[in-house]
Design a protein around this ligand. Structure first.
Ligand code: FA5
Length: 509
């Protein structure tokens, strides 16, 4: 602990408060310091706050109650509580009927009722043969006051009393009186009791000099040379400061931007496609048979409005039909069924971004390198790694000499640039041959997880689109990549506005 530094950085008010704590008798409240140092309460509280943050004082907070008498209780403090007034009446007159009490007492009707109630509750009187008689307990009480009455008198005398200052007996009396309407005014107050810590005591032992501090250096101070004699307090470079959470990009968006940057740097062109797509582009054109499981309603979202989407040029539709039915001129047998153009017209929310690649191939001639990032939709049950709406990055490379090996090289390069180790497993997709699935290595879990699919587009896909070169294609999930990147176990985190988590992420990755 650098005592000299702490002393040098103490504000004048902090020094005054420390000195006051040294001389005042505990328990010490901020109000005691205000009185002894003739300081403003705000200055005392702010000095206490910073002394506490420096560990020089500790402030114990507690809640107390201030009790004050009401107009009614002041009256009863003189004349006695209603039950005492009736007790005295009974002692003078002997047993009385209720109607007689009502007539003879100086209390009003409500007060009489209250008095009779409390006479019974305190066992000062009992009802026998319709008359109210004093009990032996009542006789004794004629000689002495109850603790509730003592408290009432003390309150009337002192004007106000702190609950914590009462004896246990009077605290019980407070509970009793407080049950009665209109006898007490009770106000909750926060109390601060201040103690010097050992660190604070060490500082005081070392000695504190209280002298006026210069808060501003004026032109005049400089000109006259007065600045040489002024006392300046050191800056507290360890002072507490508010934590700032600067605005930043959402982590998923950041990863998307990173992926975009990598493909642009690898010489790819970015393309986009519609989110509401025809089944034709999403499935048929990718040689996905019309009875394929992925096309079922339980896997794909079909769109009611518009129910159908315009199909491309008739000759392309016709070529796709032929490829499905018997392979057309590709040399393949096709799927050997009757292809239905009505099914192909249906509107769907695209289930993958591979349709963007197909559309791109129709409009652009190889050689080409294209990538596309976008949202896709699947009728999935939400789990820690499944969402019904997620992002994919899709890509194709088309050129005379492109091979499956080039495809693996591109994917390895992409994942390496993102900082991952990748491996490939054989896979199946209706639109590619050879096909593969890429897996990423998770060092913490010592496992591999599947992040995307890839392969060489089949002739059944390429021929109708009139593409004559080989085409390497891939489609990779982005959210799962983000999960690994951000070290989160649940994919849903990416879509929840969990501000605590978002704030905890670094501004720059
Ligand atoms: C496809 O979507 C293929 N179109 C990929 C492809 C493109 C293969 C081009 C060949 C050529 P798959 O259904 O496996 O493949 O999805 C690709 C990736 O999307 C998955 O590996 C996974 O990372 C991610 N993914 C799939 N379903 C979900 C889901 N419900 N929630 C989050 N991510 C998902």
């Amino acid at each position: 602990m650098d005592i000299e530094r702490i002393i040098d950085e103490l504000h004048l008010y902090e020094k005054k408060v420390l000195k006051a704590l040294e001389k005042l008798e505990p328990p010490i409240s901020p109000e005691d310091i205000v009185k002894s140092e003739k300081m403003d309460i705000k200055a005392v509280m702010s000095a206490l706050g910073s002394l506490e943050s420096k560990g020089l004082v500790s402030v114990h907070k507690s809640v107390d109650k201030i009790l004050k008498p009401t107009h009614a209780s002041k009256k009863y403090a003189i004349k006695g509580l209603p039950e005492r007034q009736i007790l005295q009446l009974l002692s003078k007159e002997g047993p009385l009927e209720i109607s007689e009490i009502m007539k003879k007492s100086s209390l009003d009707k409500t007060e009489n009722k209250v008095a009779i109630g409390w006479l019974m509750r305190k066992k000062w009187a009992k009802i026998e043969d319709n008359t109210i008689k004093i009990t032996s307990e009542g006789e004794k009480s004629l000689e002495r006051l109850g603790s509730d009455e003592i408290l009432l008198q003390e309150l009337a005398e002192k004007g106000q009393i702190k609950l914590s200052s009462l004896s246990d007996k009077l605290k019980k009396a407070f509970k009793l009186l407080n049950q009665r309407k209109g006898l007490l005014k009770v106000k909750k107050v926060k109390e601060h009791e201040i103690h010097l810590t050992d660190k604070g005591k060490t500082i005081l032992e070392r000695g504190l000099e209280i002298r006026e501090e210069a808060t501003q250096l004026t032109h005049d101070d400089l000109k006259t040379g007065r600045w040489k004699k002024l006392y300046y307090r050191g800056y507290d470079i360890h002072a507490e400061y508010p934590i700032i959470f600067p605005g930043k990009m959402h982590p998923l968006k950041r990863i998307i931007e990173e992926i975009r940057d990598i493909f642009l740097k690898m010489g790819f062109t970015e393309a986009r496609g519609p989110i509401i797509e025809s089944a034709f582009w999403n499935f048929d054109c990718l040689f996905q048979p019309q009875d394929h499981a992925a096309r079922e309603m339980q896997d794909t979202f079909y769109v009611k409005n518009p129910p159908e989407t315009k199909l491309p040029d008739k000759s392309l539709v016709e070529k796709v039909r032929m490829v499905h039915e018997d392979g057309g001129s590709t040399g393949s047998e096709g799927w050997q069924y009757k292809w239905d153009v009505e099914i192909a017209k249906k509107s769907v929310l695209r289930t993958h971004t591979t349709c963007v690649s197909a559309r791109f191939l129709l409009e652009n001639k190889p050689p080409l390198k294209m990538f596309s990032i976008g949202r896709v939709f699947r009728r999935e049950t939400i789990t820690y790694k499944h969402l019904p709406e997620f992002h994919q990055v899709e890509g194709i490379v088309a050129a005379e000499n492109v091979t499956f090996k080039n495809l693996l090289g591109i994917l390895r390069e992409f994942y390496t640039r993102l900082g991952f180790k990748v491996r490939f497993r054989p896979a199946y997709f209706p639109y590619t041959y050879l096909s593969t699935e890429c897996e990423i290595y998770l060092p913490e879990k010592e496992t591999w997880i599947e992040l995307g699919g890839a392969g060489m587009f089949r002739p059944e896909v390429l021929e109708p689109l009139q593409v004559e070169t080989p085409v390497a294609a891939f489609g990779l999930g982005i959210e799962r990549l983000a999960m690994i990147r951000l070290g989160i176990e649940d994919i849903r985190m990416l879509y929840q506005s969990n501000l605590g988590w978002l704030r905890s992420l670094p501004v720059c990755p």
